[in-house]
Design a binder for this molecule. Structure first.
Ligand SMILES: [Zn+2]
Length: 69
């Protein structure tokens, strides 16, 4: 583990381009949800093979994630 810089999430809203803030994170499943600080759009990220966060989808409701089977 190299540093605790996981808080400096680089992410911009796909809709309005505003910075995102952390909404929910699940380290076990390697995924997290970021929310736009301006329009409230949720961004769903998944950790890829190399441990990098990848945007999977964006949506208006926070439980889009749980519905996907
Ligand atoms: Zn936005």
């Amino acid at each position: 583990m190299s540093g605790k810089n996981d808080r400096t999430y680089s992410g911009k809203c796909v809709d309005c381009g505003s910075p995102l803030e952390l909404y929910e994170i699940d380290f076990k499943k390697g995924r997290r949800i970021m929310q736009c600080t301006r329009c409230g759009l949720y961004h769903f990220y998944k950790k890829d093979f190399f441990g990098k966060w990848k945007l999977v989808k964006a949506g208006r409701v926070s439980d889009l994630w749980r519905k996907s089977k």
